[in-house]
Design a protein around this ligand. Structure first.
Ligand code: GUN
Length: 292
């Protein structure tokens, strides 16, 4: 069993990005600039955004944070988005999800200029991904593809089962794995809460991507011998032994599943760290004008 080491890979990728930022600076170019919009005080969102900003600093990007109270109106948020769309210094920006219930995430996502949508959530960018056109691939699927590439894991002809059909992970993951490209060329099955024979389908997977957000859901009896198992789950569960009061749990029961796998991602230290690299990479692409 080989552990897919997100810590090691993300450090490598960040170093590559930093080197490129230094090259741009030495050629007289400006620092890539990522802005983040954060609404309210959701604990996980606060942590993610703080980490995104810290990682920008690590690689030499400029970053800006725009915070709003949980009661902010959709109109005020839209005005912030228009301002960022028109700010020539901002190469890309994200609006951290989830948003409060009175704000339509779809309206907000559609207001973002696709050229600055480094999360890859705008329908134009999702459509471009489906058509195999250059685009910003969203963070988690990008992180997983990068793991396949950097560990040289073969995917062509494999059965890839994606458990979870979320707009930001399961669905794009499935689309990317069936592409005529590497990584890709898989036969893909998407499973969800209405899939009746989930265990059997999972057991037929050469590559199993668990992205449903239910800790320890995937057990050893659901995994084929020598499968590649990618655990996208990252759920906070109360843990009094931790200073933060919580521990991060994946969707895979790691201790019993790992011995059966050819490759597996740990949680934490797996896919999660790769997602930040995806955002940095997309911001660099935006700054270099490589997509639009
Ligand atoms: N919330 C959870 N994951 C993400 C992400 O990748 N981007 C944004 N904007 N919000 C999120």
């Amino acid at each position: 069993m080989i552990l897919l080491d997100g810590k090691l890979l993300s450090a490598q990728i960040k170093q590559e990005i930093k080197t490129e930022v230094e090259r741009i600076a030495s050629a007289g170019g400006k620092k890539p600039h990522l802005a983040a919009v954060l609404v309210g005080h959701n604990g996980a969102s606060e942590t993610y955004v703080a980490s995104k900003i810290k990682n920008c600093e690590d690689v030499g990007f400029k970053s800006s944070l725009f915070r709003f109270d949980v009661s902010v109106s959709e109109q005020t948020l839209l005005e912030q988005i228009y301002a960022l769309n028109h700010d020539a210094d901002v190469d890309g920006f994200i609006v951290q999800l989830p948003l409060p219930a009175h704000i339509s995430e779809n309206t907000i996502m559609e207001a973002i200029n696709p050229a600055k949508d480094v999360d890859g959530f705008h329908p134009v960018n999702v459509g471009r991904m489906c058509k195999g056109l250059p685009t910003y691939i969203s963070a988690t699927p990008f992180g997983v593809l990068e793991m396949f590439k950097r560990y040289d894991i073969s995917t062509a002809g494999k059965h890839c089962v994606v458990v979870g059909r979320s707009q930001i992970v399961g669905l794009p993951m499935a689309i990317l794995m069936q592409r005529n490209a590497y990584p890709g060329n898989c036969t893909v099955t998407i499973c969800h809460s209405r899939t009746p024979n989930l265990k059997e389908v999972c057991r037929s997977a050469d590559i199993l991507v668990a992205a449903l957000g239910r800790p320890d859901f995937i057990t050893a009896d659901m995994v084929k011998e020598d499968a590649v198992v990618i655990d996208v789950g990252l759920t906070r569960v109360p843990d009094a032994t931790k200073k933060s009061g919580f521990a991060l749990k994946g969707d895979v029961k790691f201790d019993e599943v790992a011995p059966k796998c050819s490759y597996i991602t740990p949680v934490p230290g797996g896919v999660g760290l790769m997602t930040i690299c995806a955002l940095l990479n997309n911001t660099l692409l935006a700054a270099k004008g490589e997509i639009y």
